[in-house]
Design a protein around this ligand. Structure first.
Ligand SMILES: Nc1ncnc2c1ncn2[C@@H]1O[C@H](COP(=O)(O)OP(=O)(O)OP(=O)(O)O)[C@@H](O)[C@H]1O
Ligand SMILES: [Mg+2]
Length: 259
């Protein structure tokens, strides 16, 4: 099975923290789908995406099973990092390598046996679209900020890992331009699964998985019903982003215009 052949991921139900069966038949995720995982602290959001990341096979606390194209994926999918179709980006994503950005990406490109021409530069340029703090090729990986590291990992997931499934665990407060990240990932036909407390990301997702007590409690598919809210949150979020940038730049905010 090659990465390109991935058509869909299926999540089969497990159990809640009380040992009760989860109330869904299956969740099928196709390329280009966006889902957000929402719910209170400790409700099992990270455990849910961790199951996907490691292709759980009834062997995690939640007892869920993940299928790829309807069957349990072969071993090399799970064990070989160069084959792994899933990229997980968390708030704690930090790189301990002492290499420069150029060397780090170069190493990754070679490990994937890709043609190096241009891809390193393209990755850095893309990462810089996601963050206000510019990343240079000669910067040390260890000197990058949290926002820069996550931007680089997302750009890497798009252009180098080329993982068809990208899992993002609460990256919204991490100094990245989230709308740009979402639209870019969508354009690349990635399946996106966000753990999020952010209204805009939740509303922009096609489905919302609501977690409670370690299990999936509800699956919402709002479609057009939330159109008004999306328009409002998008405008408000733009205003907040501008304010955030102004505050960061040390400016005073003397007037507010929000639609
Ligand atoms: N179905 C389950 N059965 C047993 N334990 C579970 C289950 N789901 C999650 N847990 C455990 O509950 C704890 C909290 O879950 P998790 O970290 O996924 O919550 P979270 O929703 O991501 O919380 P936060 O919002 O604080 O990040 C973890 O130790 C996890 O392993
Ligand atoms: Mg969590």
């Amino acid at each position: 099975m090659q990465l390109q052949e991935i058509v869909e991921i299926t999540i089969l139900p497990g159990i809640t923290r009380d040992g009760k069966p989860e109330g869904f038949d299956r969740i099928v995720i196709s390329p280009g789908d966006t889902l957000s995982i929402v719910g209170p602290t400790g409700s099992g959001k990270s455990a849910f995406i961790s199951d996907i990341e490691m292709f759980a096979h009834h062997d995690t606390v939640t007892k869920r099973t993940i299928l790829v194209n309807g069957t349990y994926p072969p071993e090399h999918f799970i064990r070989n990092p160069a084959q792994k179709p899933v990229a997980l980006i968390t708030q704690n994503t930090k790189c301990l390598s002492d290499l420069t950005v150029q060397e780090f990406l170069g190493m990754h490109v070679r490990s994937r046996k890709m043609d190096e021409t241009g891809v390193i530069n393209r990755t850095i340029i893309l990462a810089n679209e996601f963050t206000g703090e510019k990343i240079t090729a000669s910067a040390r990986m260890t000197s990058l900020s949290g926002g820069q590291t996550r931007s680089l990992m997302i750009a890497d997931a798009i252009l180098i890992s080329d993982a068809p499934i990208v899992l993002l665990d609460e990256v919204e407060n991490a100094g990245i331009f989230k709308e740009k990240v979402i639209s870019c990932l969508k354009n690349h036909r990635k399946s996106l699964i966000f753990v999020t407390h952010d209204p805009l990301i939740s509303l922009l997702s096609g489905r919302r998985i609501v977690m409670k007590n370690g299990g999936v409690d509800r699956i919402l598919e709002p479609g057009d019903e939330e159109r008004e809210a999306i328009a409002w949150v998008t405008r408000t979020d733009e205003t907040l982003c501008q304010m955030r940038e102004m505050i960061r730049a040390g400016e005073l905010i003397r007037s507010v215009s929000c639609g």
